[in-house]
Design a protein around this ligand. Structure first.
Ligand code: 5MM
Length: 339
């Protein structure tokens, strides 16, 4: 393992003012996103949509890396440049989602375990040769009556750690994503409790598997009440709860924490990230973003699969990336929404 190279890549993923675009929707997920706004789910539309995002002028001012799905990694812009090369030419690091998705966990109704370890070493080696610099593996944790089970947390943490070890062996920085879902009516305190337990188990397993933490990025959920909870927390509350949870469980050796948006609106995800950075300017880690929906929703709704709407969609994407980039430095204000 080349620890110095991994550390350099990890730091390059979380530079000041920039974060990561999660554009790694698997086939089923992008179909859901397209169907919601009436776009036909064809391979060409999936390619054209990603081309619209990746050719946005100036996106590199706020985006340090892009996570891709296997299909997208092998696609090209209309003029023939493969997407990984197009991103690299803008100084953006290409990443990959090599997991095979969260599947129903046998014997554990309503819980999921992420699969994809079989053949992972070979897939990662191929991805590296195609220009990929980092990976991302997502585990999904559900809060509910008697959930999550310890077994589900342990199984997912073990898979995350084995994935991370294989990434580092192949020279790729692992983004480790244990997502505690916002679905449900649980309180912010319950989310804090489950997030803390999840992170403790994940970092235990990362240690067991000898993961080089300085070459690892954590992608957690913010500590936030369930979507159905009666009290929706203000940004200041989310920031306090999120940071106190992270401080209890995430070693200072980890160079960066990049949040997922998890179903927050684009503006909520921007405000909450801003509150964390504004209120806690001297944390041991870089605090950034790796948003999927919060970065893309407005652009997707502006695009609608119509090529002539590309400039409007790119303007929407750029606007959100700029605002989230400001939030990454704690310098966002709601006035910027109108600008
Ligand atoms: C972009 O969505 C990613 C892929 O999801 P599927 O495996 O379900 O297709 C997802 O892993 C994403 O990277 C994270 O969940 C963060 O995205 P959000 O939308 O929560 O910011």
């Amino acid at each position: 393992m080349n620890k110095g190279a991994l550390e350099g890549t990890a730091r390059a993923m979380v530079p000041a003012g920039k974060g990561i675009l999660a554009a790694d929707e698997s086939t089923g997920t992008i179909r859901k996103r397209f169907t919601a706004v009436g776009i036909a789910d064809t391979e060409e539309n999936r390619r054209a949509y990603r081309e619209m995002l990746f050719t946005t002028p100036g996106m590199e001012d706020y985006i340090s890396g892009v996570i891709l799905f296997d299909e997208t990694l092998r696609q090209s812009a209309g003029e023939g440049t493969p997407f990984p090369a197009l991103l690299a030419a803008k100084g953006i690091l290409p990443g990959i989602k090599p997991d095979r998705g969260a599947k129903d966990m046998a014997g554990h109704p309503s819980e999921k375990v992420t699969e994809g370890l079989d053949g992972l070493r070979e897939r990662l080696a191929e991805y590296r040769d195609l220009g990929v610099r980092f990976g991302k593996w997502r585990a999904v944790i559900t809060i509910g009556e008697g959930l999550p089970s310890l077994t589900c947390l342990q199984a997912n943490a073990e898979a995350l750690a084995r994935y991370a070890a294989l990434c580092q062996e192949q020279g790729l920085v692992p983004i480790v994503e244990p997502e505690v879902l916002m679905d449900g009516d649980h309180s912010l305190e319950r989310c804090a409790e489950v997030t803390e337990l999840t992170l403790r188990i994940v970092f235990d397993r990362l240690a067991d598997h000898r993961i080089h933490l300085e070459g690892t990025i954590l992608k957690p959920n913010m500590v936030i009440p369930g979507k159905g909870h009666s009290h929706q927390a203000a940004s200041a509350e989310v920031a306090e709860a999120t940071v106190s949870t992270l401080l209890r469980c995430v070693p200072a050796a980890v160079p960066g924490i990049v949040f997922l948006s998890g179903g927050q609106t684009p503006q909520q995800a921007t405000e909450n990230l801003n509150a964390i950075n504004a209120r806690f300017p001297s944390l041991p880690w870089e605090i950034s973003f790796s948003y999927g929906r919060a970065l893309q929703d407005e652009a997707l709704r502006a695009w609608l699969g119509q090529r002539e709407k590309t400039p409007a969609a790119q303007a929407a994407f750029y606007h959100r990336a700029r605002n989230v980039g400001a939030a990454r430095a704690g310098r966002y204000s709601t006035d910027m929404e109108a600008a």
